[in-house]
Design a protein around this ligand. Structure first.
Ligand SMILES: [Fe+2]
Ligand SMILES: [Fe+2]
Length: 264
């Protein structure tokens, strides 16, 4: 394979986890050595064709077991949930570059880098789970994450608003407090893993903000008004709930006005 959309198609429609990780790294390596074609002549398959592995079993959030970090089972359940977030994040990065064509080359290069970082996050978390005698797929997982992709499959601005600028931005709000909990528990491995991921995620949200504003300008929209409009239209429950990590969200391209609107 030598074409980014051929890699994307394979990663979105094949279910073998190790193959997906290997293809993602291979595509990123080819891009860095300028051997990856960005020619977009392959058709885009409908989003219903995207395939996930048989395991983990996917459950509605209300059916997910409760977890507490103060017992080992809770720590395992927590990292299994994070592994699932990272696994779906690999799909989300591939899907945004696969489904939305005709953007500058940089768009495809940026999201391929994100796919590769998500694959690294997933591999790190999976190894951490394995060190606790659990593998990804052993526990059920949250069924809701991919819905943000299917809901926005025909609207690049809605995708950018809902995935990097909503779902991934939420990670910036909640992760620092979780890192503090693991610090208190003296679990340095978990602290290091989550800190590494948090640093990369600021970059993903920042890219989301950059491309959101870029496409808004291209389509003649005022970005802040368009963001509010899309959140109202696509976010179930009206508006994301805080508290928001203003400091990190500002670094990641949110304006004070956007944060004020989210908070009020
Ligand atoms: Fe990630
Ligand atoms: Fe991410």
């Amino acid at each position: 394979m030598k074409n980014i959309f051929e890699f994307a198609e394979a990663c979105l429609h094949r279910t073998d986890i190790d193959e997906k990780l290997a293809l993602t790294h291979q595509a990123w390596q080819l891009l860095q050595s300028q051997r990856l074609s960005l020619d977009s002549d392959r058709p885009v398959l409908p989003i219903v064709n995207v395939k996930f592995p048989d395991r983990p079993q996917l459950l509605a959030p209300r059916h997910m077991p409760q977890r507490k970090l103060t017992n080992p089972g809770g720590v395992i359940a927590f990292f299994h949930a994070i592994a699932h977030v990272e696994f779906v994040a690999i799909y989300l990065a591939w899907d945004i570059l696969y489904r939305f064509r005709g953007l500058p080359d940089q768009f495809y290069q940026d999201w391929l880098r994100v796919a590769d970082e998500e694959a690294q996050h997933f591999a790190l978390i999976r190894a951490h789970l394995q060190s606790m005698h659990t593998d990804y797929g052993d526990l059920p997982a949250h069924s809701g994450l991919w819905e943000h992709a299917t809901d926005t499959a025909d609207n690049i601005l809605a995708r950018l608003a809902m995935v990097p600028r909503c779902m991934e931005a939420r990670g910036l709000d909640v992760t620092p407090a979780i890192i503090e909990k693991f610090k208190k528990l003296g679990d340095d491995t978990s602290v290091a893993l989550l800190t590494r991921i948090l640093t990369d995620e600021v970059g993903h949200v920042e890219l989301g903000s950059y491309w959101f504003k870029f496409v808004c300008r291209q389509q003649g929209y005022e970005p802040e008004a368009k963001y509010r409009e899309l959140i109202r239209e696509y976010y179930k429950g009206g508006k994301p709930k805080g508290p928001f990590n203003r400091e990190m969200r500002i670094i990641a391209g949110f304006s004070n006005a956007e944060l004020d609107w989210l908070e009020n």
